[in-house]
Write a protein that binds this ligand. Structure first.
Ligand code: AMP
Length: 419
């Protein structure tokens, strides 16, 4: 299947070619025709599947069909996404795919001065990509009107729920025109998300792709059993390998991220931390430095790293094993993107063995253990993992409502379209 056969207009085909895309990803192949028809869409997919292009390309095509926009621009498409990083990335994608169609796109997010955003809004825009809080704020101040929105996208809906944005999203829905096309994307479909989707969508076509099975198959995964107190030394030891050009290291806490970044920096390894306590500018700068390989190691918490798209990221290191198995899959999905190779290394101390077991159950495979390394696990006595933190995998949370069975494994290995 080629992009041409999806009936995409020439200026967008040209831009896609410039991006270096040769064939559409499964979510693009399935979603683009549905969206071009004007049908609502319920997409079960996460970042890393090519989801952004799956909605940005047809939106650009639909909006560019009405040439009157050149005279007076109004917000005709709104994309709402949970984090600033995602908003920026989606905005960049709209600009890249739309570079030959002449539509304007603005990104709206909190944590920075609003002046730049409001002045670009006042200049007239066709597409707004926003995080919910700042969007509502600017609406309340009268800078944004959503009355003319034709296509609405709710991205990463399950994250919205996790991050407590659902109330804001509901407020937004109320002011959107009733007559509109809506696209709804979520990596998982817990009951609350299904309920929300039902209030937003009208007779949606359903598309679901699972990158996880692919991800898990193409990414090399290893685990090092080690003591909690040896993890810093082990990390420094692993990073001595100059073949590791860049590595994204995950810690469970913000404090932990800062500490690890500090410790490895002292060993002359260029590292920065990224987490929710850092200002937007600091986060963006750390991300840019990492993307440009000015820093070699980015230490991140899960929320901060959610959705960051770094081309050619070969290594993900789990300094701590996540207590939710799905988080592991999301983390390692930062590498091995769009078919590139990737390696995921996890450090497991005695208290984390249970989490590792959960992960292996979820991905249906044993992660190879690196034996004979310099910092072996000595303290086999499991320091009791805090019970309340051990979150058992909830299978109903890890499959789309379309799957119709209770086995997460099936969802993780399937790609499905239903109309
Ligand atoms: P996304 O899921 O939208 O975050 O996309 C993940 C990555 O895949 C991004 O780096 C995109 O640039 C890339 N990508 C999207 N579509 C394609 C495609 N058809 N071929 C190759 N790479 C793609």
């Amino acid at each position: 299947m080629s992009f041409q056969s999806l009936n995409i207009i020439e200026p967008i085909l040209e831009a896609v070619k410039q991006e270096g895309y040769t064939i559409p990803t499964p979510i693009q192949e399935q979603s683009i025709p549905i969206i071009l028809q004007g049908t609502d869409l319920l997409g079960c997919a996460q970042t890393g599947t090519g989801k952004t292009a799956a909605f940005a390309i047809p939106i650009l095509q639909l909006l560019s069909a009405d040439k009157t926009y050149v005279k007076k621009r109004k917000i005709r498409s709104l994309v709402v996404t949970p984090t600033r990083e995602l908003a920026i990335q989606i905005g960049e994608s709209f600009k890249a795919y739309g570079r030959h169609v002449g539509l304007n796109c603005t990104v709206i997010f909190g944590g920075v001065n609003q002046n730049k955003q409001t002045s670009s809004l006042q200049g007239g825009v066709d597409i707004v990509v926003a995080t919910p809080g700042r969007l509502l704020d600017l609406m309340n101040q009268g800078f944004i009107s959503l009355r003319e929105v034709e296509i609405f996208v709710l991205d990463e809906a399950d994250r919205m729920l996790d991050m407590g944005f659902i109330h804001d999203v509901k407020k937004l829905i109320q002011v959107l025109p009733k007559k509109r096309q809506s696209l709804f994307f979520s990596a998982t479909m817990p009951p609350e998300i299904v309920k929300l989707a039902n209030t937003i969508l009208f007779k949606p076509s359903k598309v679901s792709v699972s990158p996880e099975s692919l991800t898990v198959d193409i990414i090399k995964q290893y685990v090092y059993f080690t003591d909690k107190g040896s993890k810093n030394a082990l990390l420094v030891d692993i990073l001595k390998d100059k073949n590791i050009k860049t590595a994204l290291v995950f810690t469970r806490t913000k404090h932990g991220a800062d500490k690890v970044a500090r410790i490895i920096s002292k060993q002359n390894i260029k590292a920065e931390a990224i987490h929710g306590n850092k200002s937007q500018n600091a986060r963006q700068k750390a991300l840019t430095n990492f993307k440009e390989q000015i820093t070699r190691v980015l230490v991140a918490t899960d929320i901060a790293a959610r959705g960051i798209d770094i081309e050619e990221l070969e290594y993900v290191i789990n300094y701590e094993i996540p207590n939710i198995a799905e988080t592991y899959v999301h983390r390692i999905g930062r590498t091995g993107r769009a078919g590139a190779k990737g390696t995921a290394i996890s450090f497991c101390d005695a208290s984390e063995k249970g989490f590792l077991k959960d992960i292996e159950k979820l991905i249906s495979k044993k992660i190879p253990v690196i034996e004979n390394h310099s910092f072996p696990l000595m303290d086999h006595d499991p320091v009791k993992a805090p019970k309340q933190q051990h979150v058992k995998r909830n299978t109903s949370h890890s499959r789309p409502n379309t799957a119709g069975n209770n086995k997460a494994k099936k969802w993780y290995g399937k790609s499905k379209t239903s109309r």
